[in-house]
Design a protein around this ligand. Structure first.
Ligand code: ADP
Length: 467
């Protein structure tokens, strides 16, 4: 899959995810709005009914008061009422409205009745939510009833705490005019639900939560898939590089062997023993080179299968290093450099596999030489550390960039440095070194600065943990 296709999929998938998320949010908001509209309608209906019942109550009380007064006057004046006919109610009510002006209506509200009506009507509408309310008088410029009590004036600045308490009421969303006629509007009833928003959202909360959860899950799986795709792509690129590399590495010895065998077979040489020996030697050397390459690849397979078959024995690290230094010395000297051994460990004998630890040290020295293009100055040192020995290989080579340092121990990884592509390698050396050091219960670290050099530090324990 090309990078373009992967990026196109990522963009399409991300856009779709954002789109789906936005549509979900839109639906949820829409549903909350619908619920709110429903809720508002119910509250308004309840308030209208409260308003009507309040008017009825005030008028009923005024009417009975009127009747009482009339009875008293007629009794005291000795006159009979127009009995058996009682005064016609509507007629009386007209006269009542005449002397009960709108603001008197407001002041005549019975706080307990208001409380009861509100409770009943809201319950009738199925609203079971904490609420606060107040009756505001336009004439007095203050609340006259607040939450079932006759209130103190909120204009009274000495009671500033009251103002604070009432402030949500002042901004109350639900307000209905009380006892208004065409000439005046004496006041209004304000209603406020402190928990309304929470209540409205609580019904959609499970949907919101689950949709967020699923979106996060999809996002996580998607990111992980993209990560895997990129990693697989990188591994496959590295494998292709490896195959190209290996083919190249084999091509030279095969060509040399072919040439040497042709030469041996040529009639002018076949009878010259010295020349035949020389060519056969070349064939042998090239054969050994191929063998060592094949061995490296096979070793990697063994590590992967966890089939290391280590042969632990007493191993003098210093002896091993001295041998390795002699071998590596030739190549280093050919480049005009030198290699020093600074062996300070007092007890260099550890329990380890001779062949593999030898390969570890050879690999590190090999890399130090390979990646130092001019005059390599390589130092290999040892020191005692608690329960083990520390081996450092320091060079003055090209160094390794910071972000590549965490990858160099991965299989097939090679730092992509344009100008050193001529350095041969499979990208297997350090992954082998790491696997081997860890198989011995040790660890490896790298410190490096591009252009200045690198130091690889290996820790190996003295004794192997009994399993
Ligand atoms: P290779 O066969 O490419 O040498 P290795 O696994 O040994 O593979 O090393 C992986 C990569 O780490 C190398 O390709 C090289 O870029 C980098 N590297 C290893 N050792 C050194 C060093 N001493 N100095 C600079 N770069 C190094």
């Amino acid at each position: 899959m090309s990078k373009k296709v992967i990026w196109a999929i990522i963009i399409i998938m991300s856009t779709s995810l954002v789109g789906v998320g936005m549509i979900q949010l839109f639906w949820i908001k829409w549903s909350v709005n619908l619920d709110e509209k429903n809720f508002n309608d119910k509250v308004i209906t309840a308030l209208n009914r409260v308003k009507d019942r309040l008017r009825q109550d005030v008028e009923d009380r005024a009417y009975s008061e009127l009747l009482k007064q009339r009875t008293e006057t007629s009794l005291s004046s000795g006159k009979e009422m127009d009995s058996p006919f009682k005064p016609e109610r509507t007629k009386d009510m007209n006269s009542l409205s005449f002397f009960l002006n709108p603001s008197e209506y407001l002041e005549a509200i019975d706080k307990d009745k208001l409380d009861l009506f509100l409770r009943q009507e809201l319950a009738d509408q199925g609203i079971d939510l904490k609420y606060e309310y107040g009756v505001y008088s336009n004439e007095l410029h203050s609340y006259i009833i607040v939450n079932g009590n006759y209130a103190v004036s909120i204009e009274d600045t000495t009671k500033s705490s009251n103002v604070a308490e009432l402030s949500p009421l002042l901004k109350a969303e639900y307000r209905i005019s009380l006892f208004a006629n065409e000439f005046s509007e004496p006041g209004h009833l304000n209603l406020y639900f402190p928990n309304k928003t929470r209540f409205l959202w609580s019904s959609v909360f499970p949907i919101l939560l689950s949709s967020t959860l699923f979106t996060v899950l999809i996002l996580f799986c998607f990111s992980y898939t993209v990560y895997i795709i990129f990693r697989q792509k990188k591994v496959s690129e590295m494998k292709t590089d490896f195959i190209n590399n290996m083919t190249h590495e084999f091509k030279t010895p095969i060509a040399t062997i072919s040439l040497a065998s042709d030469s041996v077979l040529s009639p002018s040489i076949i009878h010259d023993e010295n020349k035949v020996r020389r060519f056969i030697n070349i064939i042998k050397q090239e054969n050994l080179r191929m063998l060592s390459q094949v061995e490296k690849v096979l070793q990697m397979g063994q590590i992967e299968r966890n089939d290391l078959n280590l042969k632990f024995g007493e191993l003098d690290i210093h002896e091993l290093i001295e041998d390795a230094v002699v071998n590596a010395g030739l190549k280093v000297q050919a480049k005009g450099g030198s290699i020093h051994a600074d062996l300070r460990a007092k007890d260099p004998v550890i329990l380890a596999d001779h062949t593999h630890i030898g390969s570890v040290i050879n690999n590190l020295l090999d890399n130090a030489e390979k990646y130092t293009p001019e005059k390599p100055e390589i130092t290999i040192s040892t020191s005692d550390v608690s329960n083990g020995i520390q081996i450092s290989v320091k060079d003055n080579g090209i160094g390794i960039p910071k972000d590549a340092q965490k990858h160099i121990f991965e299989k097939f990884y090679r730092v992509p440095t344009g100008n050193v592509h001529n350095v041969k390698g499979f990208g297997l050396g350090l992954s082998y070194v790491k696997a081997m050091v860890e198989a011995h219960g040790g660890h490896i670290q790298v410190k490096s600065e591009p252009g200045k050099g690198s130091t690889f530090t290996v820790f190996l324990p003295k004794k192997q943990k009994t399993k």
